[in-house]
Design a protein around this ligand. Sequence first.
Ligand code: COA
Length: 180
Amino acid sequence: MKVKLPFAGAQIDYMQESDLPEVMEIEQRSFSSPWAAASFREGLRQRNHHVYFLVIRHHQNPIGFINFWVVEDDAHIANFAVSPDYRNRGVGKYLFAQSLAYIQKLGGNRVFLEVRVSNIEAQHLYRQFGFRILSIREKYYVDNHEDAYVFRLSNLRAIDLCIDSAYHVDAESNTDYSEF
Ligand SMILES: CC(C)(COP(=O)(O)OP(=O)(O)OC[C@H]1O[C@@H](n2cnc3c(N)ncnc32)[C@H](O)[C@@H]1OP(=O)(O)O)[C@@H](O)C(=O)NCCC(=O)NCCS
């Protein structure tokens, strides 16, 4: 799997509370049942070392984000979106690949996520990394009672993530995750 930097200067970083205005705009433009700002804020304030919120920036501004947790060798991707203004340029693929690399580094090997059955774009992306449908959760989404596919990547360690740049999560950020 070869993944390119979407543009010079694209940078992945830990999400900060100061990112929430842009993150919430992306969230609201991306989902019919968006998370509330309080859910992000609470997640960030908890500083739970199993839970990660990352953003990808262009000229310092967040243009996409991802939230996942990792417990032992299981990981779950709970939220992931790219600003509609930056889609179809490789931003999502790059952020997703870097996140999988990070999950690998944290010891995760099985990765799960839910996706709407109608969300073909996201399913294409997940399939490229080896995710496959594990099961269906009927009427999972409350807004329109749409079904969810549960996608699983069963052996992340076996995947060679060949990413076109140095590792970009800034370990010098002031977030005191114990792994660093
Ligand atoms: C899913 C999402 C994050 C992808 O971000 P993106 O930056 O547009 O994605 P990329 O440009 O990196 O494309 C990655 C892959 O997605 C797939 N993809 C993207 N747009 C697509 C489209 N219009 N049709 C089919 N596949 C598409 C392709 O597999 C593509 O890889 P390729 O270019 O090598 O073929 C973005 O569409 C988004 O934010 N959607 C709304 C929120 C969402 O659905 N989140 C996921 C919830 S499970």
